[in-house]
Design a protein around this ligand. Structure first.
Ligand code: CP
Length: 297
């Protein structure tokens, strides 16, 4: 049975139970609050080393057609911490995808459908994870980033980080800078729309905006080869300690999904503005919560 989002099904797993995770458009604010409460619980259980093995017997498989450091490994970490098993590939060159066989993504994913309960798929082609999800029978699929489309689980982590740092996403003033075409930005903006917050795009008026905002979110400016996205020349903003100490408000939090390039200096790491390491660390509890809810009847 294909699992597509849409129909109402509000068991303990809410909108996540038995559903693919393809886009932030699937979720309401209540859905995200369920996820974040579950992540809080997961984080507390992790601290006490008391998670148990709620996903014992479940298998997660990663299918990464594009490189990743965090997203692949954090999903594996989350599944292992829940007592499940993990396998998969980090590079399609180790599959029959390329070379003389040139096996289609569809055929590869059809195989994995029988091997795993949940597939975590990153793909350079926008919309490809959603397309592949339509070909699945039983396995669920998590979009781990598709071209210039979306990166929904990154946005879940970003919003959770804001909630943990500030107590609520409501009322925040968020400035998003650097490459606004990035999929992490697309998903973040979809998520922020669910909250009563003010969003400023682009750092054109950076020095005017910095003292007024609570959050400075920078997308990566590292170049990732992808199909051409919408034309929009990035206006690079370089964030460093001197800039923040001179112009930022005291409680400003700098978020960045990483990997960073020259847009975020390492001298910010040891300042109170740095929220990006905690953002990366929250990735574990949020993915644990997501996986747990997906398998909740
Ligand atoms: N944030 C993020 O998506 O990082 P990776 O590309 O390393 O997965």
């Amino acid at each position: 049975m294909a699992r597509t989002p849409g129909a109402a099904d509000r068991g303990p797993g809410g909108a996540f139970a038995g559903r693919h995770v393809l886009s932030m458009r699937q979720y309401t604010r209540q859905d995200l609050e369920l996820l974040f409460h579950t992540a809080d619980r997961m984080a507390a259980l992790l601290r006490r080393r008391a998670v148990g093995r709620p996903l014992d017997g479940r298998v997660l498989m990663t299918a990464f057609f594009e490189p990743s450091t965090r997203t692949r490994l954090v999903h594996e970490s989350a599944m292992l911490r829940l007592g499940g098993a993990v396998s998969g590939f980090a590079d399609p060159s180790v599959t029959r995808s390329g070379g003389s066989t040139n096996e289609s993504d569809g055929d590869i994913v059809r195989m994995l459908d029988s091997y795993a309960d949940v597939l975590v798929v990153r793909h350079p082609r926008t919309g490809q994870p959603a397309e592949l999800a339509r070909q699945l029978g039983e396995a669920l699929l998590i979009n781990a980033g598709d071209g210039t489309g979306e990166h929904p689980t990154q946005a879940m982590v970003d919003l959770y980080t804001l909630r943990r740092r500030f107590g609520s996403v409501d009322g925040l003033r968020v400035l998003v800078v650097n490459d606004l075409r990035m999929r992490c930005v697309n998903s973040l903006l979809l998520g922020l729309r669910l909250y009563d917050c003010e969003v400023f795009l682009d750092g054109g008026d950076l020095l005017e905006l910095l003292p007024k905002v609570d959050v400075l979110y920078s997308s990566p400016t590292v170049s990732v080869p992808r199909e051409a996205g919408p034309e929009q020349p990035p206006r690079p903003v370089a964030i460093d300690r001197r800039l923040l100490e001179r112009h930022a408000g005291e409680r400003l939090a700098v978020l960045h999904p990483l990997p960073r390039g020259g847009e975020l200096a390492t001298d910010v790491d040891d300042t109170p503005f740095n929220a990006y390491w905690e953002q990366a660390a929250h990735g574990v509890a949020v993915r644990m919560a997501l996986l747990k809810l997906m398998f909740e009847a």
